[in-house]
Ligand binder design. Sequence first.
Ligand code: TXA
Ligand code: MG
Length: 316
Amino acid sequence: MVILPPDTNGIAESARLLRAGELVAFPTETVYGLGADAMNAEAVARIFRAKGRPADNPLIVHIADRKRWSDVASGASEAAEKLMARFWPGPLTLVLERKPIVPAIVSAGLPTVAVRMPDHPIALDLIAASGVPVAAPSANRSGGPSPTTAEHVAGDYVGSRFIAAVVDGGPCRVGVESTVLDATGERLLLLRPGGVSIELLAAVIGYEPAPSHDEDVALSPGMRHAHYRPHCRVALFPPCAVPRVEDGDGVVACSIEPPLSRYSRRVDSIEEYARMLYALFREADAAGVKTLHCEEPDATGLGLALRDRLRRASGD
Ligand code: TXA
Ligand code: MG
């Protein structure tokens, strides 16, 4: 694996690798993605092998031009098109009907496909230069915290022969993944809270998309699997409470000054909490923390996505 700079040569080389069926990790505004040519079933299969990803967990297809969604999908409602116009490029993924030209493996065999246009100049340059839609899950090993720097990606794949290159774009701006909406039905369904809040979505479509219920699990099979977990145990505490810290524990707090511990970190806002979350998990692991006590934020705005990731990381 080589780490490439995001200059003209680095982008050209990364695009060449993608076209040749290789895997290239790249920055987006949310987290780093592990990309492959979405039209190349063999290249996409390699993503699953590289990550150790269960075969029933579908991938998001990334495009560099808002209008190109119709290369890979069909059946977007008026509401879905409004969301594209308002939030693309940005951390919003829409699940639509998959066009037959897209290999089934991209969507783990589902008749749908998830599409997003990332809001990151390097991602957009790379996708445009490659000339193909790019299938890309978060670039972590399956089950672990998503990478928000090129170093995180490199660290996750030491000794792996699957990944040709990582484009180094520095730390990601948002830090939690995109919001995933099922846009195949009459009403939009929330499959995963993320970088675009449901309050912002409601302002455009006139209602808050309902979270998918257990019966809908087949819609987003990926949500069944363990996700976002560091090696340490994650325990949650409510805002303004002080967690009971034992020897070897760590604390991440937002509303209080965290008590002294092996690894104590204060974040100043929900935005900073989201941006830093996965890096804090990784740092706590590196510090040998046994239990990381994390403040659980209110479920408003970006807090909903943050809380979802924290709860999954805690095994809840
Ligand atoms: O911000 C993001 O979305 C990042 C960056 C790299 O774009 N990507 C990302 O991908 O988080 P991944 O694979 O880690 O998560 C994709 C989520 C999973 O929960 C998956 O099940 C869901 O999207 N998904 C993908 N395709 C789907 C489909 N056709 N139907 C339902 N859910 C789908
Ligand atoms: Mg992921």
